[in-house]
Design a protein around this ligand. Structure first.
Ligand code: AMP
Ligand code: MG
Length: 418
């Protein structure tokens, strides 16, 4: 395999190496953004009882059939039912019960009339007072029915559904203090490079800080995974082997940075070939052609290039979808939008480009996109300032200002409809 594979082939290969992880039970307070691993059923009817949607009076609609402004009907207040209380009733003909929002509608009553359309005819509105009704309500008005949301024993949320804030509310209402969700992948983050020093150190001659370990761990976290940052590994076959073997035991997935190119000290690929299996090592894309993938034992290994932006883009394009799949997500594609190019862009024809770019509302209809800074793969500023990857296809080399181009949005989650 000497010619590079396409981005699509590489993505397909990377995704085919993983399946959703097992389930774990988490507190409902920790469930936001997770994917349900088992159907959640309700233990009760929700609502648990017919209840009032308004502050007002529970009545028998038949009593008020003749009510008009000229000929109001007067009913006697027989009960006072705040939310959280229970009155057995039954409400007799000629009676009304004062009722608050969320309070149980008593036996005998079939309708709620809101307080705003009533008038106190005598008394202070409490039990024994008399209330005038000046219009005939529709039977069943302003009553929220028992079981309207879900009945006892029914599935309220199905396996595979993503838990948003409303789902958290539904799970709470149906008795789920804990929920079964797909596990987060534990992702080993291994930076290789004899030039690397820790962030807390001032780099000596020829050294640089190990920034990829931090940016990649942050990307893992943003993708829902649990990063395990490993110590720096020098460009040494035995050290890389040892790190891979340890990570294959501890982690569900391994990502590395550096050491995947054709330099004299690029050992990630030979190590994968020796102690594991190599799947691919070159993708027709820019930045970051030497995206490398394989496995050690059963643990997939994704070897990202060392240049910070090559690693960043490689993660977004290949690793993030994989980590989402492992968490049970089925929406794996970032939303894409078409935008007007603000200026000319030139590229080499043979590769797909992912340029760090910024979408904005230009004033004219539609979105405009411009490069977010220098596109050197050694520089991260444009990735920080940008909000999308401008995707320019292989086969073309010149895109002029005003042309319509496709952008992969990094500021919107997968599955969002635009
Ligand atoms: P490599 O892919 O190992 O050839 O590295 C490509 C470039 O990325 C070199 O300039 C490295 O110094 C740089 N680089 C490699 N690893 C890191 C890292 N962990 N953090 C920041 N830069 C790195
Ligand atoms: Mg290196």
């Amino acid at each position: 395999m000497s010619t590079p594979i396409t981005v699509e082939q590489a993505r397909e290969a990377a995704l085919s190496m993983v399946t959703p992880l097992g389930a774990e039970r988490v507190a409902l307070t920790e469930a936001l953004g997770r994917v349900l691993a088992a159907d959640a059923r309700s233990d009760i009817d929700v609502a648990p009882f017919d209840n009032s949607a308004m502050d007002g009076f529970a009545v028998r609609a038949a009593d008020l059939a003749s009510a008009t402004a000229e000929t109001p009907v007067i009913l006697e207040v027989a009960a006072d039912i705040p939310a959280g209380t229970w009155w057995d009733g039954p409400l007799a003909p000629g009676q009304a019960a004062r009722i608050m929002t969320g309070a149980p509608v008593p036996a005998g009553a079939d309708t709620v009339v809101m307080v705003e359309v009533t008038r106190t005819a005598s008394g202070d509105g409490s039990i024994g007072s008399r209330v005038a009704f000046a219009q005939a309500p529709g039977e069943g008005d302003h009553i929220r029915r028992r079981g309207e949301e879900v009945s006892a024993g029914e599935v309220v949320l199905s396996a595979g559904e993503v838990i948003g804030p409303a789902a958290v509310g539904l799970l709470a209402a149906t008795g789920h203090a804990t929920v079964e969700v797909f596990r987060r992948p534990r992702v080993a983050v291994i930076s290789t490079g004899s030039e690397l020093v820790e962030v807390g150190m001032a780099p000596g001659p020829g050294k640089i800080r190990n920034s990829n370990s931090y940016s990649l761990a942050a990307q893992v976290r943003a993708a829902g995974g649990e990063p395990l940052r490993y110590p720096i590994v020098h460009d040494d076959v035995a050290a890389i082997e040892a790190a891979f073997l340890r990570a294959a035991e501890e982690a569900d997935y391994i990502i590395t940075s550096g050491g995947v190119s054709v330099g004299d000290f690029d050992f990630v690929r030979p190590v994968l070939e020796r102690i594991g299996k190599l799947a691919f090592y070159k993708v027709a894309m820019r930045p970051g052609a030497p995206q490398t993938m394989g496995r050690v034992g059963d643990t997939p290994v994704f070897g990202l290039p060392g240049n910070p932006t090559s690693a960043y883009v490689g993660f977004e394009v290949f690793v993030r979808p994989v980590l989402r799949k492992m968490q049970g997500h089925t929406a794996l594609e970032r939303p894409r939008v078409t935008a007007r190019l603000a200026h000319d862009v030139r590229k080499r024809a043979e590769k797909r480009y992912y340029l760090r770019a910024r979408l904005s509302a230009s004033g004219a209809p539609g979105l405009e996109v411009e490069l977010a800074g220098s596109q050197s793969s050694a520089l991260l500023s444009a990735a920080h300032r940008g909000n999308c990857l401008l995707v320019l296809e292989a086969g073309e080399s010149h895109f002029s200002a005003g042309s319509l181009v496709e952008c992969m949005r990094l500021d919107i989650e997968e599955g969002v409809v635009l």
